[in-house]
Write a protein that binds this ligand. Structure first.
Ligand SMILES: CSC[C@H]1O[C@@H](n2cnc3c(O)ncnc32)[C@H](O)[C@@H]1O
Ligand SMILES: [Zn+2]
Length: 432
């Protein structure tokens, strides 16, 4: 058995408290073997965590990781105009290789900012899975289905691809990859396709993930045409089960909050994207008060514009207070849960807790920096003050993905060079 010791650090425990402990990892099993006062010298290899905070690796509950290629391509527009005028025309030009290159850039950024697990909706998912396998992260992946502008044969093929991808890739990368059926949203996928394919997702036993209640423009047509709220419609279509999770949930009313709480369906809060696209502010404290499982997501790098969950954590805390007019809303402790086991639970991945037997997915945050001094409250620092560049080691499934800020599984320079070339060519093709 190969072992790794992470020594000298302060540990964020599953109950949200912080205390001193070393961590011993079974690298063959990818699990935490032991937490103890003095495990220095017990591992085959050692990572120094002195004057550092050791947290579970961060979990990103909603992303489109390959959209890094479109970072900064189209800013300062609302969702519909942004998608229809800029993003979808550019995505029409994407090749499988572009998606591989964009995914590698996104994964590099995730590793550098302490993320070890994520949920992702996009196209050419085998390319993304291959990048995840190489990079060493954990992921729930799915092919995003959009049927609005497609003829019936193309729409059915798209939905079937989502089912096939979910079946074929579940368990890939030595079990680090799991999957979901991913209709894009309740307005971009026709009812007949939900009726046909939601039962197929249930047959193969995968969750369903989709964008929901992101903007008022998305809510209004459902209310007008069906006389019901979007999440009541989702429940009617069988898409509100405990394993399912929706992205955004900005414009949810009390009846929908109750539906989510009763169903056990998770909501992935994406405050950066919601602010940038001016979509609105999700009622996160009300969701929490109602008992809804809330997670945190970056959305894609074209609407954020980075993939750092520490940025997202700060945004969540800040916007939570603004939305309620209450400075005690969405406090640091809640945000620390969002970063770790809250989001892991929402997307159904078994990670996010530092305890013996758990997945050895960790981030080590360097506290030797002015903006994290003094160390009065390290949970506060995690929510309000820490940044991506403070992450010094990242470990997933017991493997060291970044040591002393050097990513081990991807060649940083080569990934960035390739991404630059592919992004320029992509945007040029889209402009032709
Ligand atoms: C069909 S694959 C996923 C699809 O979603 C698009 N997308 C990216 N960000 C958002 C967002 O905030 N709301 C809705 N759709 C979004 C992405 O560009 C892909 O086309
Ligand atoms: Zn999204």
């Amino acid at each position: 058995m190969a072992t790794l010791a992470i020594t000298g650090g302060q540990l964020l425990r599953p109950d949200g408290t912080i205390s001193r402990a070393d961590v011993l990892v079974d690298q063959d099993e990818g699990t935490i073997l032991e937490l103890g006062d003095d495990l220095a010298g017990t591992g085959d290899t050692n990572l120094d965590a002195s004057n550092a905070l050791v947290t579970p690796g961060f979990v990103n509950g909603h992303s489109h990781v390959a959209m890094t290629l479109l970072r900064g391509h189209a800013d300062d527009k609302p969702l519909d105009a942004w998608l229809q005028e800029d993003i979808w025309p550019a995505e029409d030009e994407l090749t499988p290789e572009d998606i591989r290159v964009g995914a590698e850039l996104g994964l590099l950024e995730m590793i550098k900012s302490g993320t070890t697990a994520f949920a992702d909706m996009y196209f050419e998912v085998p390319e993304i899975a291959a990048a995840v396998d190489t990079a060493g992260l954990r992921a729930r992946l799915g092919h995003g289905v959009v049927t609005v502008a497609a003829d019936e044969a193309a729409a059915r093929e798209d939905a079937q691809t989502s089912i096939d991808v979910a079946r074929e890739l579940d368990g890939a990368a030595d079990g680090r990859i799991s999957t979901a059926f991913m209709p894009h949203s309740l307005t971009t996928v026709g009812e007949e396709y939900l009726d046909e394919f939601v039962p197929k997702a249930r047959e193969i036993g995968v969750p369903i993930h989709y964008h929901a209640n992101e903007t008022t423009d998305e809510v209004a047509p459902i209310v007008e045409e069906r006389g019901m709220r979007p999440l009541a419609y989702a429940a009617e279509k069988g898409m509100l089960e405990p394993e399912d999770f929706v992205a955004h949930g900005v414009h949810v009313d009390e009846s929908e909050i109750e539906l989510l709480a009763e169903a056990g369906t998770g909501v992935i809060h994406c405050p950066g994207s919601n602010m940038k696209l001016a979509s609105g502010m999700a009622p996160v404290q009300r969701l929490l008060d109602a008992g809804v499982t809330v997670g945190l997501g970056t959305d894609g790098a074209a609407s954020n514009n980075d993939l750092s969950l520490l940025d997202e954590a700060r945004d969540a805390a800040m916007v939570g207070k603004l939305e309620t007019g209450d400075a005690s809303a969405v406090p640091a402790g809640a945000v620390a849960e969002f970063l770790t086991h809250g989001t892991a639970d929402a997307i159904g991945l078994d990670t996010g807790r530092l305890e013996p037997g758990s997945a050895a997915d960790l981030a080590v945050i360097d506290l030797e920096t002015p903006h994290l001094t003094p160390p009065h409250d390290l949970v506060s620092h995690l929510a309000y003050a820490a940044a991506a560049a403070d992450v010094k080691h990242t470990i997933c499934d017991g493997q060291v993905l970044m040591r002393d800020r050097e990513v081990q599984t991807l060649d940083e320079r080569a990934v960035c060079d390739r991404a630059r070339e592919h992004a320029v060519a992509l945007v040029d093709r889209a402009a032709e």
